[in-house]
Design a protein around this ligand. Sequence first.
Ligand code: CMC
Length: 416
Amino acid sequence: MKKYIEEIVRQAKVRARQESDAEPEPGLISPVQWPVNCDVKQGLEGAITGQTEIGYVNGPKGWLIYRGLDCFDLSEHSTFEETSYLLLFGKLPSKTEMDEFMAKLNSYRTLPDEALRLLDSLPVKSAHPMSTLRTIVSALGMMDPNSDVTTVKAETEVAIKLIAQIVTITGAIARIRKGEKPLAPDTSLSLAADLVRMMTGKMPNEEDARIMDICLILHADHGMNASTFSAMVVNSSLSDMYSSIVAGIASLKGPLHGGANEAVLADLEEIGSVDNVQAWYSLSKVGKRRVMGFGHRVYKAYDPRARILHPLAELLSRRDPNVRRLYDTAAELEKWVVGDLGKEKGIFPNVDFYSGIVYTAMGIEKAMFTPIFAVSRMSGWGARALEYLKNNRIFRPRAVYVGPLHVEYVPIEERS
Ligand code: CMC
C-alpha cells in the first residue's frame, strides 16, 4: 500500500520536472547585504525580511525545498517528525538523534489537566476550532512556568513541546465538537496517525496514516507567508514562543491564508456537481468572486504541493461516492480556472485546493481543516522564529503618513 502512495508522489515529481527544471531564481539565494534594494508593492510584496537557510520557494518554477531537500523527496521518503527535526535543526537526524527527538516529542504529547479542564469550560462546539486552538495554546503559555525565558535553548524546547501538543489539542477539539470525550495520545503511533485517530475516534488504516503524514510534511514551511511572518514579528520583540505561535495561528485562520482549505470545501458543496461548474465559475467571474484554493503570491506555476495532493485526493475519492463527487467537481473547476486564468495571471491550484477532499475522505469535518494546517505549520513557525532569534533585531517597518497635518484641537462641547 505504502509503495503505491510513494509511486504517486514520484510520478508527481516527474510531471513537475517535465514542465520546468528546478533551478534557483537568480539573485534570490545569496547572502543579504544590508541595506538591501528591492521593489516593494502593496502587502509587502517583494520586501526582504532577512536571510534564511530554512526553506526556498521558487514561484516561477513551482519548486519547494526545506533545507535543500525537495518537498517531493521528503514526501516520498520522510515523516512529519523527521521533517520537523530537519526544519528546526538544519539537517536530517542520525538514528540516535531521531530516537532522542521522538522520545522528547512523546514526553510532551499529553496535555496538562488544566488545559483539558479549560477545554471543557469553553464553547468548543460553537466557536471556530482555530479560535479554540489559539486560546488553548495561549493558556499553555500561562501554565508553563518557563514560558518567559526567551533564550534560543528554552524557546527550542517550547517549539518541540508545541509540535507535539498541538496535535493532541486538535484531536481533542474535533472530539468535543462531536460531543465525545477527548482521547489520550497513543505514543506508539506517529503524530500523523494519532492525529487522525484522536480526531475521528478510529484507528486509521496504513493508507490514511501515510497520506496524513504527507499532508503534514507538505504544509510544514513556506517562506514568509503571513502566519510565519506574524510569528516572527511577535518573537522579534522577545515576547515568548507561545505568544508567537498564538500570532501564527491567528493569522493562519483567515480565508486568504490557511482558512482557504475550509472555504474550498464550502465552494465545492455549493457547486454540488460537475454539471454546475461552468455556470458557477461564470457567475463567480461576473461577481469578481475569488475562487478559493487558487492563486498565490509566490507561485505563478502549479504549486508542487497541489501536484501531490491532487492525485492523493483522487485515490481517496474512490472509496465514497460523495467524496468522488467533490473530487470530480474540483477537477472540473480546476480545468475552468486554469484554462481561463492560468496563462493570463499565473493562477493555478494551491495547497488548499485538494487537501480538504483528502481530509473529508478520512472522515474529518470541514471546520477542522485549518487546525490540521496549524499542526503542520507549527514546525515552520518554530524553526523560522528561532532562526531569526539567533540574530535578532526587532521588526519595525514604516507606513507613509497621508493624513492631515496641523489639525487644531477642538474641545468636545464645541464640536459639531
Ligand atoms: N480567484 C480569482 N482571481 C484571483 C485569485 C483567485 N483565487 N487569486 C488572485 N486572483 C487575481 C486577482 O483578482 C488579481 O487580478 P487583477 O490583477 O486583475 O486585479 C490577481 O489575480 C492578483 O491577485 P492578488 O490579490 O494581487 O494576489 P495576492 O498575491 O495579493 O494574493 C492570494 C494571493 C492567495 C491571497 C490570492 O490568490 C487569493 O485570494 N486566493 C484565494 C484564497 C486562497 O486560496 N488562499 C490560500 C493561499 S495558499 C496557502 C497559504 O499559504 O495560505
